[in-house]
Write a protein that binds this ligand. Structure first.
Ligand code: DGL
Length: 265
């Protein structure tokens, strides 16, 4: 099985990390579209174009059977179109985990951190409207403009990043938010900073595990045997901090998985 995965940069690696815990016997081709990052500060039309270009590239050059859009922003802007255009491709998108967050909260207050495109998109708004009818939960939304760049630049624990997060999280902290949705695949990379600001008891909801489960279900339905080696190739379209890739990969418990860091694609 050949699985294509893309994001604007390093964020999608947090999704692949979850996949490596349970998925076997496949080749994963990861594209960090850093030439056009951050997606969250582009128009929906631009994001759609880049998503389409990356998908065509993965189909042509790597003959993928499955595509994982490991980016909430690109999912919001492009997944509907990609599903229509590539009906035979197994497609998995990424959406903020508002549902598990609403089920988890005890204070009935949930924070959602995401890009402005994701928060303003129809997909998120429709999901929120539907879930708000089922759960009596107050939602605190925050578009984290500039956070993706900080992460891409390796400024994880940098005072600037800590200060940005302190400002964004202040209203949530003061209102006893107990659950925060990480609605961008980059944000798990700053989860320790978020925990420092919000306190160790904060629940952070990410979507990697749910995507890994969906991949297992859909691939087994199409005959995939979940056994054998998992090969991961990482490509990037523009500049990327290789030491950030190394830092992320070092945190993986990837016994037996082979990761190849490739040059520009
Ligand atoms: N990882 C992307 C997401 O999940 C980041 C978007 C961006 O590049 O701004 O939304």
């Amino acid at each position: 099985m050949r699985v294509g995965v893309f994001d604007s940069g390093l964020g999608g690696l947090t999704v692949i990390q979850a996949i490596t815990k349970t998925f076997k016997g496949a080749q994963i081709f990861y594209i960090a579209d850093t030439l056009f990052a951050p997606y969250g500060e582009k128009s929906e039309e631009q994001i759609l174009k880049h998503s389409l270009d990356v998908t065509n590239h993965l189909l042509r050059n790597h003959q993928i059977d499955v595509l994982i859009v490991a980016c909430n922003t690109a999912t919001s802007a492009a997944i509907k179109y990609l599903r229509e255009k590539f009906p035979s491709l197994i497609l998995i998108g990424t959406e903020p985990g508002i549902k598990p967050a609403m089920q988890n909260t005890l204070t009935k207050k949930v924070g959602v951190l995401a890009t402005a495109v994701t928060l303003g998109g129809n997909k998120y708004q429709e999901l929120l409207n539907k879930l708000s009818k089922e759960h009596d939960v107050e939602i605190f939304e925050q578009a984290c403009i500039g956070l993706v760049e900080q992460i891409e630049n390796g400024k994880i624990n940098h005072p600037e990043t800590v200060s940005m997060l302190r400002d964004w999280l202040k209203p949530m902290h003061e209102s006893s938010v107990d659950t925060i949705v990480l609605g961008c695949t980059h944000y798990p990379l700053v989860s320790e900073v978020i925990k420092d600001v919000m306190g160790a008891n904060i629940s952070l909801i990410e979507t990697g595990t749910a995507i890994a489960k969906r991949l297992e279900d859909l691939s087994s339905q199409s005959g995939h045997i979940n056994d054998g080696e998992l090969m991961i190739k990482v490509f990037y379209t523009g500049d990327i901090k290789i030491d950030m890739i190394n830092m992320i990969l070092d945190t993986w418990q990837n016994g037996g998985k082979i990761v190849v860091r490739d040059t520009n694609e």
